[in-house]
Ligand binder design. Structure first.
Ligand SMILES: Cc1cc2nc3c(=O)[nH]c(=O)nc-3n(C[C@H](O)[C@H](O)[C@H](O)COP(=O)(O)OP(=O)(O)OC[C@H]3O[C@@H](n4cnc5c(N)ncnc54)[C@H](O)[C@@H]3O)c2cc1C
Length: 409
């Protein structure tokens, strides 16, 4: 039988994971990524749960742990640098049996790509500009000119997915802003370093965080209430941040000075993606393109990997019946994703409370997490994955995984 072919748009997290698992399911895979090379810079992510388990199955765990961090405290800082509240993050280790790590998004993406590249055709610096479905397959035109045929197209191209726009409809139908924006950048040689402590300063409606990285690098994260349009240029983004944060205390003057020097700034609305269906004809969405839970879920990358695995597994199970596989993929994941999105929306106000009272109350809650058992009770429900992944028999499964993910169904 002729090998089935898939075109994947996006080489972030979901894209390379889908390429790896589709290949394991017997598919011939092509990835097209509009950036000229794997994206650099950005932000750090927390990584645990089923995504962590699948990364283990992909043989990535040693590398992930090597480049990752194990934060020990989240500390809320006052205007003069004093500690206002905080809690030890070992509760996350307790809840996950030590399987919890913080790492740069680009490192996770790079490691996944290293697994996908040997088994996929890679096209960087290009994108799909036209999709045409028919009962036998999909015709895709790339911006550089070629027109090619595939059995299916996977949209793994993130929050503002191009495949979703071409095959499902305009972004506004799917992207639900949560009323916040986020910006992040990395700087070298920042004078203050607090290894393994997540430092956070909050004013009503905005927070700024700092996390110390290896090699004399530091990461800065801004989350703030914002309903306006995304400033178009880097300079406009910097100006907006400076105007909002300028008068805040703590280290903000130094941080804004470093911001002024950066050439790469992540800046976007904090949004969720809610799509009534994740497939249209022979196009299917995975990761943020399908169901972005927003950074507030702290789990979007893990969910992207889970979705890639389930999609490939259901395609293998359905033995060529693509529509059946798409339906099974959604049935298995939708309720699980819905709880993650609901949890993230609830968490939004804790990140950057809108009022002075809200900030005070949030700090009180954080401080109460120091009481033994309370943090576990408060965050346990959101953190523990209530989904059993089937063993689709797509790849090698270490013995520890068999207990975690096996499900005869
Ligand atoms: C500040 C911040 C903090 C976060 N913290 C966490 C966290 O703690 N834990 C966690 O698990 N998740 C976190 N997330 C979310 C996580 O980063 C995403 O959920 C995850 O990256 C989704 O992976 P993805 O592959 O679906 O999309 P992306 O990682 O966005 O990758 C999409 C890829 O598609 C490419 N692309 C875009 N358009 C096109 C096109 N037209 N054609 C071809 N390619 C295209 C992009 O260049 C990119 O390479 C955070 C996000 C942010 C912004």
């Amino acid at each position: 039988m002729k090998q089935k072919t898939a075109l994947i748009s996006g080489a972030g997290i979901a894209g390379p994971a889908a390429a790896y698992w589709l290949n394991a399911a017997g598919w011939q895979v092509t990835i097209v990524e509009h950036a000229g090379a794997p994206r650099d810079g950005g932000y750090v992510i927390d990584f645990w749960g089923l995504g962590y388990d699948l990364a283990e199955r992909m043989g990535l765990l040693n590398e992930i742990e090597r480049v990752g961090y194990h934060a020990r405290e989240l500390r809320v800082i006052g205007d003069r640098g004093e500690r206002l509240a905080g809690f030890g993050t070992k509760v996350f280790d307790e809840l996950t049996g030590g399987r919890y790590v913080t790492l740069a998004r680009r490192d996770l993406s790079r490691l996944l790509l290293a697994k996908a590249a040997p088994v996929a055709e890679m096209i960087f610096g290009d994108e799909i500009v036209m999709l045409q479905h028919d009962p036998a397959g999909v015709t895709a035109r790339l911006r550089s000119g070629p027109v090619r045929r595939f059995d299916l197209v996977v949209g793994a191209d993130g929050l503002h997915s191009q495949v979703r726009r071409l095959a499902f409809g305009p972004h506004e139908q799917f992207e639900k802003p949560l009323g916040y924006a986020v910006a992040a950048f990395e700087a070298r040689h920042y004078q203050r370093r607090d290894p393994d402590i997540y430092m956070m300063h909050t004013k009503p409606g905005r927070m700024v965080g700092r996390f110390t990285l290896r090699d004399d690098r530091s990461l800065f994260l801004f989350v703030f209430t914002y309903d306006g349009a995304r400033p178009a240029t880097l300079e406009q983004q910097k100006t907006l941040l400076a105007s909002l944060y300028r008068a805040d205390g703590w280290e903000i003057a130094d941080i804004l000075q470093r911001l002024d020097e950066v050439q790469e700034l992540y800046f976007d609305h904090v949004s969720q993606v809610v799509a009534p269906t994740w497939s249209s004809g022979r196009s299917v969405l995975v990761g943020d393109a399908a169901f972005c839970p927003s950074l507030l879920a702290g789990q979007g990358s893990a969910l992207a990997i889970v979705a890639a695995y389930v999609l490939a597994g259901e395609l293998a199970r359905a033995e060529g019946h693509i529509e059946e596989a798409f339906a099974a993929y959604e049935r298995r994941l939708r309720p699980y994703i819905a709880t993650k999105q609901a949890g993230a929306a609830r968490f939004a106000s804790a990140f950057a409370p809108r009022t002075a009272f809200g900030v005070w109350f949030r700090n009180l809650v954080i401080q109460s997490f120091a009481i033994p058992g309370l943090a576990k009770l408060a965050v346990g429900r959101e953190m523990i994955d209530r989904l059993r992944l089937p063993d689709y028999r797509l790849g090698p499964m270490p013995s520890t995984m068999e207990r975690r993910t096996s499900d005869p169904g």
